[in-house]
Design a protein around this ligand. Structure first.
Ligand SMILES: [Zn+2]
Length: 444
């Protein structure tokens, strides 16, 4: 093992976006030793160690591996399923676990080296153990993949997450809990299973026929209990929120990230900014394209109408959060819609709503790492940090859409190891090199 630890590589790039938000640097060189960045600077001014493997990415922009802070790798998405209602009842959790890995690979090949997954509920129960297994298999090095941060869920009866399943689906007895002590027990149970953090829902959502986005999902006492319990085990809490009331409850309870941007007001935005709680916008599935994808995979019309109704509030609120200077970390909520893998399309929406491309890139790098408590090791390219480095053809700081083309990703390095290499003679891919040739799961 020690031989691997000392491995030296040198990456020569055309441009550098280091994640700190400054101007693009020309002709960068990054020296990687083992898992970490040893040196970084302009080519010629950096001492290149003898015997190092040299990666010639001079046609590319080097930047930190990206984060999606809110993905649903186990959800049925348009790239792998035709109809999510059919899939819910026909796919076993065991098979679904392999799709988690497959979806993670789709993202890994497109520059995402860290994915925080916000979970899944199936008629057979919560999916925590399955997520932990995929994460652990990747960490053990037995399958390639991005760094996964996975959750268990604390769910109350009739809440957003409880309503994710169709009314006709039978639930496992332990899937929901009510009252502070039951929720504490459920939180403990999820952490015991191996969850990295706890997800809960403070307001309703818009994703199913049976729920309204503007209802309260739990009392302050219940939310406080979940947060207190998770924090007692040094684990963070991510809270789904669609409303002003839920934002205020989160501020009071001290949650660690607020998920989604929908309804809000100026006073509440100021409260969030004061506490420094990062907000994960998840705008990808608010677009007309996402609504169209949902229609195609069998989502009922009343849900589509709901999605369309909250769309303008979402985009307006995003502008307000951005202008107020709230810390925003990129998250897509991609699962059901639109297309898994193309998660960087979220950044194009941020740019359309007023961010500079560089600010948008920071939401998926520096801000994201800090939001997840990983800022010490990840998010920017600096000496001492873990070497999560990607090489992208073109300059995403000029055209953010460069990050949406699979072919543009010429190299993906995670912790000093190269997983995707389309530059050198020995090409390396994580996935099947001809994407699109897999079968839709409910057509197998
Ligand atoms: Zn979500």
């Amino acid at each position: 093992m020690s031989k691997v630890d000392r491995k030296l590589s040198v990456i020569n790039g055309g441009r550098l976006i280091d994640g700190n938000g400054g101007a693009v640097t020309r002709n960068p060189t990054i020296v990687v030793e083992g898992k970490r960045i040893k040196a970084i600077g302009v080519a010629g001014r950096i001492k290149v160690p003898r015997g190092a493997e040299v990666i010639d990415a001079r046609k590319c922009t080097l930047m930190p591996g990206m984060f999606d802070c809110h993905a649903h790798l186990a959800a049925y998405n348009a790239a792998t399923f035709n109809n999510y209602r059919v899939a819910i009842f026909e796919v076993t959790p065991q098979l679904e676990s392999f799709y988690v890995l497959f979806h993670a690979h789709m993202l890994f090949e497109m520059g995402f080296t860290t994915i925080r997954d916000l979970g899944r509920v199936t008629p057979r129960g919560q999916f925590t153990a399955e997520f932990c297994a995929v994460r652990d298999a990747i960490n053990a090095g037995i399958v390639p993949g991005p760094r996964l941060i996975v959750c268990g869920r604390a769910i109350i009866t009739n809440s957003h997450l409880d309503l994710v399943l169709p009314r006709a689906a039978l639930r496992q007895p332990d899937m929901v809990a009510d009252g502070p002590w039951e929720l504490r027990r459920q939180t403990r149970e999820q952490l015991r299973t191996g969850a990295d953090f706890i997800k809960t829902s403070v307001s309703g959502g818009g994703g199913t026929a049976d729920e309204e986005p503007d209802v309260r999902n739990m009392t302050q006492e219940e939310l406080d209990a979940i947060v207190d319990e998770a924090h007692a085990f040094h684990k963070p809490v991510a809270a789904h929120c669609f409303t002003t009331q839920s934002h205020r409850m989160c501020v009071k309870a001290g949650v660690d990230t607020i998920e989604h941007i929908v309804f809000t007001d100026d006073e509440t935005i100021a409260m969030i900014k004061d506490t420094g709680i990062p907000v994960i916008p998840t705008l990808s599935h608010r677009t007309d394209h996402a609504i169209e994808v949902r229609r195609r995979i069998g989502t009922p019309q009343n849900v589509l109408t709901k999605m369309k109704k909250i769309q303008p509030y979402t985009f307006e609120s995003f502008k307000k959060f951005h202008q107020a200077g709230v810390k925003l970390a990129m998250g897509t909520d991609i699962g059901l819609d639109p297309e898994m893998g193309n998660n960087a399309a979220e950044l194009e929406i941020y740019v359309k709503l007023g961010m500079t491309p560089m600010e948008a890139i920071q939401t998926a790098t520096k801000n994201a790492a800090e939001a997840l408590g990983l800022g010490k090791d990840l998010g920017t390219l600096e000496p001492g940090k873990l070497a999560d480095v990607i090489a992208v053809e073109g300059d995403p700081s000029r055209d953010i859409r460069m990050l949406q083309e699979r072919d543009n990703f010429k190299m993906v390095m995670k912790e000093g190891s190269i997983f995707v290499d389309k530059i050198s003679n020995e090409k390396k891919y994580v996935m099947h090199p001809e994407p699109g040739s897999w079968k839709i799961i409910d057509n197998l």
